[in-house]
Ligand binder design. Structure first.
Ligand code: ZN
Length: 239
């Protein structure tokens, strides 16, 4: 349970300079472009903070650009705002330019992801997470490939991070581009299980371009999204 904290401290002391330099430009970019793109500058209410980490492959080439993920972030903003009255605030999009090891680039899904995590195969990006606390943001890690049919994966409420495959964000590939997956994985991180209605955001399968899942949320799902350890409730007047 203390791994994120030690990891964050380790990252700060060993690779802090490079990461901080990269983070500074990326963060400014994100906040200016989509910080309030959908929900406007209204104050108060439920807020979920989300950060994105983009890994780079073995040769140091980023798996996607910050621009690429914005469509899915905006979709999550629309879905959570309309369905749960929750503002999704993107706090940073950081590209980790240090080449990631293959196990971190290509994690397994579900139980495999849990095993990958326990056995240290994901330590590379675990080192870039924020401390796991109440009201901590959810980090979306952009990986290269998730083994099997999954294109995104979450360990649920126990983890502060989810993984999404880079091809989800490639608008030039309609066979893989899918803006519902990031929001779906955020839903898992906020404690939502799967739902059997294809029109629901938490339907397990989504097959672009013709059979993407829907974006609906039931009233009880809305309540879960608003009452969990990641969503903070700001008093009116606080943006
Ligand atoms: Zn799922």
């Amino acid at each position: 349970m203390f791994k994120p904290l030690t990891g964050a401290l380790r990252a700060f002391t060993t690779t802090g300079a490079a990461v901080a330099a990269d983070l500074a430009s990326a963060a400014t970019y994100a906040v200016e472009t989509v910080g309030d793109a959908v929900t406007g500058r209204r104050s108060g209410g439920a807020v979920l903070r989300v950060r994105v980490l983009i890994l780079s492959d073995e040769s140091g080439r980023p798996l996607c650009s910050p621009d690429d993920v914005l469509g899915s972030v905006r979709a999550a903003q629309r879905i959570f705002d309309a369905g749960a009255g929750t503002r999704v605030r993107l706090t940073e999009v950081t590209t980790i330019t240090e080449p990631a090891p293959t196990p971190a680039l290509d994690p397994r899904a579900n139980r495999g992801l849990l095993l990958d995590d326990i056995t240290g195969r994901l330590d590379f990006f675990r080192d870039h997470l924020e401390p796991s606390l109440i009201a901590s943001p959810v980090t979306v890690v952009v990986v290269r490939d998730i083994s099997g049919r999954a294109t995104g994966c979450s360990l649920g409420m126990t983890a502060d991070w989810v993984v999404c495959q880079a091809a989800l964000f490639d608008a030039a590939r309609p066979d893989t581009y899918d803006e519902t997956v990031l929001a779906h994985e955020l839903g898992h991180a906020l404690n939502l299980p799967h739902h059997r209605d294809r029109a629901n955001l938490m339907f397990p399968e989504s097959s672009p371009p013709d059979r993407r899942r829907g974006t609906g949320l039931a009233a009880w799902q809305s309540m879960v999204l608003r009452t969990n350890r990641h969503t903070v409730h700001l008093p009116s007047g606080v943006a």
